[in-house]
Design a protein around this ligand. Structure first.
Ligand SMILES: NC(=O)c1ccc[n+]([C@@H]2O[C@H](COP(=O)([O-])OP(=O)(O)OC[C@H]3O[C@@H](n4cnc5c(N)ncnc54)[C@H](O)[C@@H]3O)[C@@H](O)[C@H]2O)c1
Length: 436
C-alpha cells in the first residue's frame, strides 16, 4: 500500500517516517522546496530527538522518500495523510487555507478511490467540509473518497517515541471501509496493545481540542497556585508533588513556570473558545486559561523589574528560547514576549539556547539581540540571568564560574531548576516561581 503524507513539519515528518518504519511505502510531500531538498540530502529541517536515525533507516530501506510533486504522490497512493499547518488567524479562528489548498489538489487529481486521513488539528466540522470540497470539485461522480479524522497527540521533543508508542489512537469516520484500511496501517500498534478509540468525525476532532485544553488548564492552574504561594510563603513544588501523587490528578503538567507556549496549546485553546462561541456553548474555564497564561508572561517581567529595582546595569542574559526543552521550536515561546518587553525598557539582551537559536533569529535578528554558542559567553558581564527553558544543560551550570563572570549575580529562574537556599548561600540574588 502506498501512502502520501502532505506536509513535512513536526507531525508530517514524524508520521511519515513512523509509518515507513511500520513497513509501509511512504512518500512525504511538501510545497516548501527548501525543506524537501534538505530532506533529500539527509538533513532534518528541525531538531527532534531520534528523528534523523528513523528517517535515515527508512530511506535506506527504500520505504521513505521525499518530493514536491504532490499531484503525482497523491495519484499513486491509496491513503493520503494531511499534516499541513493550521495556524491561528488574528481573530482566534483557525486558518484552514492550507487544508483547503490540499483538498482542492486532491479533488483535481484523483481518478480512483482514496482515503483521506486528517492528522492536522482542525475545528469540529472540518473533516466533513474537506469531503464536501473534494466531492464538489472531483472530475467524476464515479470517484469516491472517504475521510478519517486521526488527530495527532505527539509531543515535540518526544515525538518519535509518542508516534511509535502512543497512549491512544483516535479514529473518527462514517466509513467502515476507510476505518478498516487505517486500522490495517496501524496494525503494529495493535500488537503492542495500544488503545484505539473509534468514533464519529466530530467527536474525534473534539477529542484533540479537549485534550490540549485540559493540559493547558493544568498548567495555568498550577501557575495560579504558584502565584498564591508567593503571597503566603508557601512552596508550589511541594504542593504540586503532593497533588500529583493523587492518582486522580497525576503529576504531569503541574510545573509552575512562565506560561505555556508552542505551536499547539495557544492556538488550540483559542480555537476551542471560538467554537464554543459559534455554538453558543461557551468554554468559560478555557477562556480563563488564556487570560491566566497571558498574565503569567507579564509576571516574568514584573519579577524581573522587582529584582532589578535600583540596579544599574543594562545587560541581561536569557537562557532558553525554545518553548520547551528538546525542541528547536520557538513558536509562541515565552522568550518572545519577555525579550520584546525588556528591549522596550532599553536592556541589551544576550541569549543562548542549544537548538532554538536559528529559528529565533528569524523573529529577533542579530542586530536586535546577541546570540552566543554557550551559556557562559551569554552570561558574561550581564546584570541578570533569566532562565526560561529547562534544558538539562542549564541544570548543571558551574555556578562559581557564573558568579565570577556576571557583572551582578542576579538570577530569575522561571523553571525552578535551582535550589533557592543553595544559590542564596552562594551569594546570588535569586528568585524563582512559587517558592520562598
Ligand atoms: N507540532 C506539534 O507538536 C503538533 C502536535 C499535534 C498536532 N499538531 C498539528 O499538526 C498540524 C501540523 O503541525 P506541524 O507543527 O507539523 O506544522 P509545521 O508548520 O511544522 O508543518 C506544516 C508543513 O505543511 C506544509 N504545507 C502547508 N501547505 C501545504 C500544501 N498546500 N502542500 C504541501 N505542504 C504544505 C508546510 O510547508 C510545512 O512544512 C497542525 O494542525 C498542528 O496543530 C502539531
Amino acid at each position: 500500500m502506498n501512502i502520501t503524507v502532505v506536509g513535512t513539519g513536526y507531525v508530517g515528518l514524524v508520521a511519515g517516517a513512523g509509518l515507513a518504519d511500520f513497513g509501509l511505502n511512504v512518500i512525504c510531500v511538501d510545497k516548501d522546496v527548501t525543506k524537501i531538498e534538505l530532506l533529500k540530502n539527509g538533513v532534518i529541517p528541525f531538531y527532534e530527538p531520534g528523528l534523523k536515525e528513523l528517517v535515515e533507516r527508512n530511506v535506506r530501506f527504500g520505504r521513505l522518500s521525499f518530493s514536491t510533486d504532490i499531484q503525482k504522490a497523491i495519484k499513486n497512493s491509496l491513503v493520503i495523510f494531511l499534516a499541513v499547518g493550521t495556524p491561528s488567524r488574528e481573530d482566534g479562528n483557525v486558518d484552514l487555507s492550507f487544508v483547503k489548498e490540499v483538498s482542492m489538489t486532491i479533488a483535481e487529481i484523483i481518478d480512483d478511490y482514496k482515503v483521506i486521513v486528517t492528522k492536522s488539528t482542525v475545528p469540529v466540522g472540518t473533516n466533513r467540509w474537506i469531503k464536501t470540497i473534494i466531492d464538489e470539485n472531483k472530475k467524476s461522480n464515479d470517484i469516491s473518497v472517504d475521510i478519517v479524522s486521526n488527530p495527532e497527540f505527539l509531543r515535540e521533543g518526544a515525538a518519535v517515541e509518542d508516534f511509535m508508542r502512543p497512549d491512544r489512537v483516535v479514529l473518527g469516520s462514517d466509513s467502515q471501509k476507510a476505518l478498516a484500511i487505517v486500522k490495517d496501517i496501524y496494525r503494529p500498534l495493535y500488537l503492542i496493545e495500544t488503545s484505539f478509540i473509534v468514533t464519529d468525525l466530530e467527536t474525534a476532532e473534539l477529542i484533540k481540542y479537549a485534550s490540549n485544553a485540559f493540559l493547558a488548564t493544568k498548567i495555568s492552574f498550577i501557575n495560579e497556585i504558584a502565584n498564591f504561594c508567593e503571597k503566603i510563603n508557601g512552596n508550589v513544588h511541594h504542593v504540586a508533588r503532593a497533588m500529583g501523587l493523587d492518582g486522580r490528578i497525576g503529576p504531569k503538567f503541574l510545573h509552575a513556570g512562565p506560561g505555556f507556549g508552542g505551536s499547539c496549546f495557544p492556538k488550540d485553546i483559542k480555537a476551542l473558545v471560538s467554537m464554543g462561541k459559534e455554538h453558543e456553548s461557551p468554554f468559560q474555564i478555557v477562556e480563563s486559561v488564556i487570560r491566566i497564561n497571558d498574565g503569567q508572561r507579564k509576571r516574568v517581567v514584573e519579577k524581573f523589574d522587582k529584582l532589578m529595582d535600583g540596579i544599574d546595569g543594562k545587560g541581561v542574559a536569557v537562557l532558553g528560547l525554545s518553548f520547551k526543552p528538546n525542541t528547536s521550536d520557538t513558536r509562541e515561546a515565552p522568550a518572545i514576549y519577555v525579550i520584546e518587553e525588556l528591549l522596550k525598557k532599553g536592556y541589551d539582551i544576550s541569549c543562548y539556547d542549544p537548538e532554538g537559536m536559528p529559528e529565533f533569529k528569524r523573529i529577533f535578528p542579530e542586530d536586535r539581540i546577541k546570540y552566543f554558542n554557550d551559556p557562559y559567553s551569554a552570561l558574561k558581564d550581564t546584570s541578570c540571568a533569566i532562565i526560561l527553558t529547562e534544558w538539562n544543560e542549564f541544570r548543571n551550570l558551574d555556578l562559581n564560574k557564573v558568579k565570577a563572570i556576571m557583572k551582578r549575580p542576579i538570577i530569575l529562574d522561571m523553571r525552578n531548576i535551582y535550589n533557592p537556599q543553595t544559590l542564596r548561600a552562594m551569594g546570588f540574588v535569586y528568585d524563582s516561581i512559587g517558592r520562598p
